[in-house]
Ligand binder design. Structure first.
Ligand code: NAP
Ligand code: HSE
Length: 429
């Protein structure tokens, strides 16, 4: 019998306990697939007394994850604590310095420190694997680094934050406001400890930046992702979109163009009957386009104990087999710093605003659009909530976000706005 692969597990929350359950439930199956037994030697969390819905009696306890990472009886350090700094960063660095392989679900850590960690790992002869960090249970990292390795990737896009997708679909199905569904999501435990990571698009932006690095051979550049969250999407937007056969999704798109690397994460409108439009609740979808393969669509649970632990175990089993890949699919030193490019592909845009209900107000908005070079396709003034303001919806012909931004700036100077306008791209998918 070959020697077991010994794990040190830092983090015994949703994902960590999911990993414990799989290791215990499927010991024979994973030993057969990995070619050797996989065992847990020691674990770490903050509170040793917490009831954790799993039998941890066979594992040593370390209150300090850095000490866990350095233990000589740990071959692979599994970091499931979270956070871009603090214990997660210190312990991953300690594991790498000790020459140990690392498996992590921590997209924030890699989005901020991926390049430095990848370089350190390669120098130490260690591997970093992070399947669980992007789109939960969907094997998208494996698809990009292995299954599609023979392709020049032209575009990666998708819905990568289950919480935002839950909020947007629930608002539509229940006719509830953003604030009502946000509160529901909080009570269901769907939101990150800092909810702006979810609803501000930051968590999804982290994930997009990791996929872009693998897809385009660039250094992870989260700070260059154009980010917009879903906080300003209202039930009115959702209803008006539905009237036009469209649905709002927090959509990420990364593509390499002649001008540089475009990375954007923002609420967009997609056709209701498209695969993205049909995506329910907490589900994620990643679409990858390659020059030889064409389009590949991956869909599945983007979060949760079972799906995320499933992805962690895929990495662990790969390490047990001896599969060793560079962190981002090619040597860290060969990853180039990308030239960031603003997305310029034209698209129709949806604009919603509330105007002062007085003569000439709409004309001022139409003039601002015309002067910005934006052509109106459809325009509608609908139900007045009061006698003094008028809600207005405008759908433009294809135009760039830059032109829309020029128009929005001009709107602000018209003196007829009663609320800040909402502008959403209608994504051709
Ligand atoms: P969680 O339920 O909040 O669990 C975090 C665990 O880490 C807890 O057991 C906590 O200890 C422990 N911990 C935190 N700081 C620590 C420290 N300094 N030292 C020792 N232990 C520490 O988080 P989670 O949902 O499992 O997420 C873990 C990671 O997976 C994160 O990076 C997250 O972004 C990622 N992820 C999660 C999901 C998901 O569906 N939950 C999906 C994909 C990726 P206590 O229990 O004692 O407080
Ligand atoms: N907060 C994340 C989401 C967890 O909602 O998708 C999974 O990464």
């Amino acid at each position: 019998m070959p020697d077991p692969l010994r794990l040190g597990l830092a983090g015994l929350g949703t994902v960590g306990i999911g990993v414990v359950k799989i290791v215990q439930r499927h010991a024979d199956l994973i030993a057969a697939r990995g070619g050797r037994p996989i065992t847990i030697t020691a674990v770490s969390a903050r509170d040793r007394t917490k009831n954790r819905d799993a039998d941890l009696s066979g594992y040593a306890w370390e209150s300090d994850p850095v000490a866990l990472a350095r233990r000589p009886d740990v071959d692979v350090f599994v970091e499931l604590m979270g956070g871009e700094a603090g214990g997660a960063k210190a312990s991953v660095e300690a594991a790498i310095a000790a020459g140990k392989d690392v498996v992590t679900a921590n997209k924030a850590l890699l989005a901020h420190h991926g390049q430095a960690l990848a370089e350190a790992a390669e120098a130490a002869g260690a591997a970093i694997r992070f399947e669980a960090a992007v789109a939960g249970g969907i094997p998208v990292i494996k698809a990009l680094t292995e299954g599609l390795a023979g392709n020049e990737i032209t575009r990666v896009m998708g819905v990568m934050n289950g919480t935002c997708n839950y909020i947007l679909t629930r608002m539509e199905s229940a006719g509830l406001s953003y604030d009502q569904v946000f509160e529901e999501a909080r009570q269901l435990g769907y939101l990150e400890a800092d909810p702006t990571l979810d609803v501000g698009g930051i968590d999804a932006g982290h994930k997009l930046s990791l996929l872009a690095s693998i897809a385009f051979g660039t250094r992870v550049s989260f700070d260059k992702v154009e980010l917009e969250g879903i906080e300003r999407v209202s039930i009115d937007d959702i209803r008006l979109a539905a009237d036009m056969g469209l649905r709002i999704k927090l959509l990420g798109v990364a593509q390499m163009t002649g001008r540089g690397l475009e990375q954007r994460m923002s609420p967009c409108l997609v056709p209701v009957d498209s695969p993205l439009g049909q995506l329910p609740g907490g589900t994620n979808m990643v679409v990858i386009e390659g020059d030889s393969v064409g389009q590949v669509v991956l869909r599945g649970a983007g979060a949760g104990q079972g799906p995320t632990a499933s992805a962690v175990m895929a990495d662990v089993i790969d390490l047990a087999r001896g599969t060793r890949l560079s962190t981002f699919g090619r040597p860290a030193a060969s990853l180039v710093a990308p030239v960031p490019a603003k997305a310029t592909a034209p698209a129709a845009h949806y604009l919603r605003m509330t105007l002062q209900d007085k003569p000439g107000a709409l004309a001022k908005i139409a003039t601002a659009l015309g002067e910005a070079g934006v052509s109106i396709n459809r325009m509608r003034q609908y139900g007045h909530p009061d006698a003094t303001t008028a809600p207005v919806l405008i759908v433009t012909h294809k135009t760039t976000r830059d032109a829309i931004d020029v128009a929005l700036k001009a709107f602000a100077g018209t003196g007829v706005l009663a609320s800040e306008p909402v502008a959403l791209r209608i994504e051709p998918v």
